[in-house]
Design a binder for this molecule. Structure first.
Ligand SMILES: CC(C)(COP(=O)(O)OP(=O)(O)OC[C@H]1O[C@@H](n2cnc3c(N)ncnc32)[C@H](O)[C@@H]1OP(=O)(O)O)[C@@H](O)C(=O)NCCC(=O)NCCS
Length: 166
């Protein structure tokens, strides 16, 4: 990973203050691209929901959280993949490392179908997704009637069954 001083691990309830600080350091543009809505700060309820998704990973340095990645499940829906890297840590390989770690967990859980909801102008995450698994994932981009670009990805079924006990 490009930033070896970072640790990527599952979120814990103790991370709540650091997650709030991270969101305050993010530009409104980054927050908008992640949540598809403009939120200057996370409400306590939204923050609890974010920590309570199927999988939330944090990237930390010292006491600070600098990136979040999520896998969110819903019945009969593909698993939603999302990521936010705070501005000062962008373009250092953190987003890729977070999503690759989330994909490892998804594979270990037997998940095959993933989706990311993005803005048409979110070219950074589009490039990131194209590069996952050294380009082998071949994500499919579709413009939806509500103006978003959904990115669907299929994990190889061959690795299903290699489940982690964690
Ligand atoms: C998209 C985002 C997660 C990328 O995180 P990151 O840590 O900067 O990404 P990486 O450093 O791993 O970059 C991986 C690749 O993505 C592309 N990329 C990343 N940032 C880019 C930018 N600003 N412009 C163009 N391409 C970019 C590049 O291809 C890059 O590879 P390279 O550096 O070798 O050229 C980060 O910019 C972010 O949090 N944006 C706001 C939230 C968002 O858009 N989330 C996605 C919603 S699901």
């Amino acid at each position: 990973m490009a930033a070896p001083e970072l640790t990527i691990r599952p979120v814990s309830s103790d991370d709540a203050p650091a997650i709030a600080r991270m969101h305050r350091r993010c530009s409104l543009e980054s927050v908008y691209r992640r949540y598809l809505t403009a939120v200057p700060a996370l409400s306590p309820a939204l923050q609890r929901r974010l920590q309570d998704l199927h999988l939330t990973l944090v990237a930390t340095t010292g006491r600070e959280v600098v990136a979040l990645a999520h896998l969110a499940t819903a019945p009969d829906e593909p698993t939603e993949l999302a990521v936010l890297v705070e501005d000062a840590w962008q373009r250092r390989g953190v987003g890729t490392a977070m999503i690759e770690a989330a994909l490892d967990r998804a594979e270990a859980d037997g998940t095959t179908d993933l989706v990311a909801y993005t803005l048409p102008s979110s070219t950074a995450v589009h490039a990131l997704l194209r590069g996952l698994r050294r380009g082998a994932l071949r994500p499919v981009f579709r413009r939806t009637s509500d103006g978003l670009v959904t990115v669907t990805m299929t994990l190889p079924a061959a690795r299903r069954g290699e489940r982690l006990s964690a």
